[in-house]
Design a protein around this ligand. Structure first.
Ligand code: MLC
Ligand code: AMP
Length: 501
């Protein structure tokens, strides 16, 4: 049987039903999805893309940009989405590592990206803007609207999503057609999606939350999405009465609560609020329930495994807990020797099942490191499981900061800081932040006493995506270390949390 995830959509969607509406009032039906993905697939084939090749995209959010990912899946290639905040040096790393055949970017960046692509051996650069215009669309217009979906096995690659790592070097999680379809189908059922749902979608389309976790629920059930290009609370509140489900990172919910317009009446049509990517404070959940009469449903996921656990649609949504394993997910809490620990004891969350990625792209050593014997994937998250099965995340074994739902690996920022001429060494930590959950903060030992925080921030902005750049820089004469010479980040977090503005 063909396990191309696109074939599953073709088999069940109603071509006349609306699939996506955008900010500007444009609407695309499932029939439009079939026609546009066919045209895009033909353009890619003409550009020399073959099944198994990679196609990279660094795109502003648009229905067309989303359809491009599906065209890539449809023609049997793998999609490589890139955050629009990535700076040239970051993009260069991904292009060299993944070797895509084609890069699709915003028309405004075409010239710069062409030069970069040429240097990285990418055969062709096409453009696609947020308004749907660009060379991709120009070429697509003269292509016929049909294309025979390329059969895939479940194990074939559908996408490579890069995630940073504790070494500072990003690694590409290889996601297969089976990973995405099995998990998408399971969560769509767990969250009760039907054709009459309308998902309000204001997340970016280059990370798993917006691209897969949310959108797959609509895609695999033939329902509808309203795309908003970015989070704008007023526009979100305006659109709520046309929607039935909202998914977001915790910052969505704290910002909604800051709006006096967000009340019971504003969300009377919403049957489900889902939160993930970062911890939702139990207090936020409580205030949210008081304001709206609904408890947000918190779930836990990861680029490498899509959705891992979820609170139930029916039944207790337990604040502070991420709920129970999603269908297909086996979960255990293990000690440092990968031995399962009893209920109520803390350990590393380990998982296995059909949604866990195939491995890291061209990185067998890292893949081997992250999998324990028996095929258990080490998530790097510390958790406990209660006697009734509910899982809670209590910390992270990996040195990671989550800012507004974006993962920032301190090592990557430290390497960029240490490369600045006036810097001796640095340590990067996350401090509690009321809007972003955690704020990236740098503690720096400087060589040049005149080096200021603004200068450091300015220099980093040319090298790193803005969300990775520290919000605060503190200067110290030396970093606290233990007897082994390891920087004591807990001490730094305690010291600077007290000093936080
Ligand atoms: C934007 N900025 C951030 C930031 N987002 N800084 C730190 N952390 C963030 N998350 C900076 C911008 O660079 C800019 O800086 C300024 O803040 C305002 O930019 P903006 O675009 O107007 O930001 P805003 O709309 O306020 O964005 C905040 C946000 C957004 C929380 C809505 O970051 C967001 O949509 N986050 C979702 C991320 C996500 O999809 N994560 C899922 C990963 S998958 P300046 O100085 O240039 O003006 C995953 C697995 C799972 O984790 O389980 O889901
Ligand atoms: P990413 O690598 O961007 O996919 O981020 C995955 C990480 O986000 C997980 O390993 C967790 O650390 C974190 N995460 C996702 N959902 C939650 C949640 N509901 N609560 C706490 N942490 C979460």
């Amino acid at each position: 049987m063909d396990e191309n995830l696109f074939a599953q959509v073709e088999a069940q969607a109603d071509p006349s039903a609306v699939f996506v509406e955008d900010d500007g009032g444009r609407a695309f039906s499932y029939g439009d999805l079939f026609a546009l993905t066919a045209r895009y697939a033909r353009v890619l084939v003409a550009a020399g893309v073959r099944p198994g090749d990679r196609v990279a995209g660094q795109l502003e959010k648009s229905p067309e940009g989303y359809f491009l990912w599906l065209a890539v899946a449809r023609m049997g290639a793998a999609w490589l989405p890139l955050n629009t905040a990535y700076q040239p040096a970051e993009v260069e790393y991904f292009l060299r590592d993944a070797e895509p055949r084609v890069l699709v970017c915003d028309p405004a960046h075409a010239e710069a990206r062409r030069a970069l692509a040429r240097a990285c051996g990418v055969a062709e650069v096409l453009t696609l803007g947020a308004d749907g215009r660009g060379t991709l669309s120009e070429r697509a217009a003269s292509e016929p609207p049909d294309f025979a979906t390329v059969p895939r096995t479940g194990d074939d690659l559908a996408a490579i999503l890069y995630t940073s790592g504790t070494t500072g070097r990003s690694k590409g999680a290889m996601l297969t057609h089976r990973n995405l379809f099995q998990n998408g189908d399971a969560i769509a059922r767990a969250w009760g999606f039907t054709r009459s749902d309308v998902l309000l979608h204001a997340l970016p389309l280059f990370h798993t939350h917006g691209l897969y976790i949310s959108a797959n629920c609509a895609l695999f059930t033939g329902s509808r999405m309203i795309f908003q290009r970015k989070l704008d609370v007023d526009r979100l509140v305006d659109a709520l009465p046309r929607a039935t489900v909202l998914m977001g990172v915790p910052t969505f919910y704290t910002r909604l609560l800051d709006s006096p317009r967000f009340d019971r009446a504003a969300c009377r049509t919403i049957r489900l609020f889902v939160s993930g990517s970062a911890p939702l404070l139990a207090e936020t959940s409580r205030v949210f329930a008081e304001r709206t009469g609904q408890v947000p449903l918190e779930r836990y996921g990861m680029t490498e495994a899509v959705v891992i656990t979820t609170n139930p649609l029916q039944g207790e949504r337990r604040p502070g807990s991420v709920g129970l394993p999603v269908e297909g997910v086996e979960l255990r809490i293990a000690d440092a020797e990968d031995r399962p620990v009893p209920s109520d004891e803390t350990g590393m969350i380990q998982i296995r099942g059909p949604a866990v990625m195939k491995g890291y792209w061209r990185n067998p050593e890292k893949t081997a490191e992250e999998f324990a014997p028996g095929g258990w994937f080490r998530t790097g998250d510390l958790g406990v499981r209660a006697g009734d099965g509910y899982v809670s995340i209590v910390g992270r074994a990996k040195d990671l900061v989550i800012s507004g739902g974006y993962n920032v690996y301190p090592k990557e920022v430290e390497l960029a800081l240490d490369a600045l001429p006036g810097v001796v060494e640095s340590a990067v930590i996350g401090l509690p932040h009321s809007d972003l959950g955690e704020a990236v903060t740098a503690v720096v030992v400087r060589r040049d006493p005149t080096l200021g925080a603004d200068e450091v921030i300015r220099a980093l902005r040319t090298k790193l995506a803005a969300y990775k750049v520290p919000r605060h820089v503190h200067f110290v004469s030396e970093l606290p270390r233990n007897a082994m010479g390891k920087v004591l980040k807990t001490t730094l977090r305690e010291t600077y949390a007290r000093k936080a503005p």
